[in-house]
Design a binder for this molecule. Structure first.
Ligand code: ZN
Length: 251
């Protein structure tokens, strides 16, 4: 399985918890040697503007470092989506995250909606006609939900629940539908971990989630699946949580 990563994601492009120094290093050091690393290219304005308004793109461009890193992150999601379309599961180890980026605004450490940009590109190329986006980040991906509001092609799900058991049950339930999709994309945020902001999931739970997505994709999506990093802020556990998810997600 390929992990999409670019060295420029090490750069500190903003002052927020997603952009802190050491965050990507903590993940890369646990994945290196286990997975193939592939470098993405910058997404084009055309790709980004399938989701975002020109004015929003222009405002991000006002900070050239931020724009460069954010457009490489979007390019990473695009590459992961293209690989998944070709039958190769892939994970975009990217930052900044994207699920709080709406067409005309953004917040929550997000600028461009990486997963939405990847899905829209596949849709506009006619490669897929439907997609399921599963978001297991602690926070609701309002940007992704807004992007696809009213869409008949793309379904966005963000499971919830007040306890670990209830949460996992809800997540599994969202994957039990018999509806078929051309691809499943995962907004993989690890901030619901017991040692992160959400204080809930165990590292092994990410292995189970990865397996459930894999099994769902084989049954309903011709095996086409990719994930992209969203949140996750405790550097001491983030690497092993990502690794656990990828071990379940991989063939
Ligand atoms: Zn989050």
């Amino acid at each position: 399985m390929n992990v999409i990563f670019h060295k420029r994601f090490y750069e500190v492009y903003a002052h927020d918890p997603a952009a802190t120094p050491g965050r990507m290093e903590a993940i890369v050091s646990t994945l290196e040697g286990e997975f193939e690393f592939v470098e993405p290219e910058q997404a084009s304005d055309r790709d980004i503007e399938r989701v975002h308004g020109r004015e929003h793109v222009r405002s991000v461009k006002g900070d050239s470092l931020l724009y460069e890193i954010a457009s490489i992150a979007a390019g990473g999601a695009i590459l992961a989506g293209e690989m998944a379309f070709q039958g190769l599961p892939a994970f975009g180890l990217i930052r900044p995250p994207g699920h709080h980026a709406s067409p005309h605004s953004c917040w929550g450490f997000c600028y461009f909606n990486n997963v939405a940009i990847a899905i829209k590109k596949l849709l506009s190329a006619g490669k897929i006609k439907s997609a399921l986006i599963l978001d297991f980040d602690l926070h609701f991906g309002d940007g992704t939900s807004n992007t696809f509001a009213g869409s008949h092609e793309v379904t966005y799900v963000h499971p919830g629940g007040g306890s670990r058991e209830a949460y996992l049950k809800d997540l599994q339930g969202s994957l039990h539908a018999d509806k078929r999709y051309d691809i499943i994309a995962v907004s993989a945020g690890f901030d619901r971990h017991e040692d992160d902001w959400g204080g809930m999931l165990k590292t092994d739970n990410y292995l189970s989630i990865g397996k459930w997505v894999k099994e769902f994709s084989i049954k309903n999506c011709q095996g086409r699946r990719f994930g992209v990093l969203e949140g996750g802020y405790n550097h001491s556990v983030l690497g092993r949580n990502v690794k656990s998810f990828l071990q379940g997600f991989n063939d």
